[in-house]
Design a protein around this ligand. Structure first.
Ligand code: SF4
Length: 388
């Protein structure tokens, strides 16, 4: 099989980042920034309150600021980061997907999902992805660039506002399972996690226990995250329990093998006390055999782990297809038989191209101005990545 090359180059990944935004800065840096603009330090608190507590991004609406300062502050700290170019909804309006255009024309997606007891947003951390998983449209097109901290945070702020407006309740959960490999954009991811979890006015004040960061298994970054004292949930996209198949399905496995990835995950679980989520896309006749369920069970037995099986989102023309339901049930039964908690992820948003990269792929095929065009030709059939 010919696969796109892995892209781990920081030089390429960091090109075309947007101008500095308030959400790129911690509170001390915000005070310095407003002081440089000749404003009193308390202005940083006012701006932070508007942005993080009131979810206000329009400086002209921050009426407690002197009119003479607003334009200067808007220019220096509130560059336009995200422009909504397409919105779609399904599940009676409880699933809402937004396609965003970034300042350089890159396209990313976020999905808001309302549940009876919570509202969750799935956000992107990179435009495109350099991990080259062959069953994923995003991976086929490669990495465009890392997203800035503020671009990541603004997806959450926008979702919080939308959740309120749409009557879906207060945004409570964030999952980093949209476009990109979050740990490949490490420093910006961690800064975004701090903004999301710090209490207002420093940040949005969401509970770290309600944040999930997924990774294909960048072992050194998992080890670094373990030391951050953040206690977010780690989700490992395993997709195969054996190196032979995982080398193909998740090419980064050629660098860090299953045993190393799981070792770092168990270390994370031990340090944080947080159960690791093992993500496993069920792909017909590829990784869904009973013996692979048994092997996975042996690897996970007795560990602080939970398996999330993801029915692959089948797309016309793709050679990757979802496992039949009876095969899926057998897989679940074998894992549960050895005491490994296992659930099958729901299939929210399928009728709006809910899987990662799909809406961007659709948009690009409709609109040649919409960014790198190759996504339109990417094989579809990528994993469902958005709901918990
Ligand atoms: S499945 Fe995830 S990590 Fe793999 S290429 Fe797609 S977006 Fe990247």
């Amino acid at each position: 099989m010919t696969m796109p090359a892995l892209n781990l180059s920081p030089a390429k990944a960091n090109r075309s980042l947007p101008s500095r935004h308030l959400a790129d800065l911690d509170l001390a840096q915000r005070r310095e920034a407003v002081a440089e603009l000749g404003e009193p330090a308390f202005r940083a608190n006012q701006l932070s309150h508007h942005y993080f507590a009131r979810r206000e991004t329009d400086v002209s609406a921050m009426t407690d600021l002197p009119a003479a300062s607003r334009e200067r502050l808007a220019e220096a700290l509130f560059p336009r980061l995200l422009t909504s170019v397409h919105q779609a909804e399904c599940d009676d309006g409880t699933t809402r997907k937004t396609l965003w255009r970034l300042h350089d024309g890159s396209l990313v997606e976020s999905v808001l999902m309302g549940y009876p007891q919570r509202a969750t947003v799935c956000v992107s951390s990179q435009a495109g992805c350099g991990m080259a998983c062959p069953f994923c449209a995003t991976g086929q097109a490669g990495l465009t660039r890392n997203m800035s901290t503020a671009e990541i945070v603004e997806q959450v702020v926008s979702a919080a506002r939308l959740s309120d407006e749409a009557g879906l309740g207060r945004l409570s959960h964030v999952v980093f399972m949209g476009m990109g490999e979050p740990l490949a954009n490490y420093s910006r991811l961690v800064a975004a996690l701090r903004r999301i979890t710090s209490p207002a006015p420093e940040g949005l004040g969401l509970s770290a226990r309600h944040i999930t960061v997924s990774t294909v298994g960048l072992v050194p970054a998992i080890r670094r995250l373990t030391e951050e004292d953040l206690s977010v949930t780690l989700a490992v996209s395993l997709h195969a329990p054996d190196d032979e198949l995982r080398d193909e399905l998740v090419p980064i496995n050629n660098r860090w093998k299953v045993a190393e990835v799981l070792d770092s995950a168990w270390h994370y679980a031990k340090r944080t006390g947080r159960r690791v989520s093992i993500e496993y896309a069920m792909i017909r006749d590829v990784n869904d055999q009973p013996w692979r369920a048994d092997l996975l069970g042996r690897l996970l037995k007795g560990k602080l782990a939970h398996v999330n099986l993801i029915p692959l989102n089948p797309t016309p023309g793709s050679r990757w297809d979802a496992s039949p339901k009876d095969v899926e049930r057998e897989f679940v039964a074998r894992l549960r038989a050895v005491g490994v908690p296992t659930t099958v992820r729901d299939t929210r948003g399928r009728e709006i191209d809910g899987a990662c990269g799909q809406l961007a792929a659709t948009q690009r095929s409709d609109d040649p101005q919409g960014g790198t065009e190759e996504l339109a030709h990417a094989p579809r059939g990528e994993s469902r990545k958005v709901a918990l």
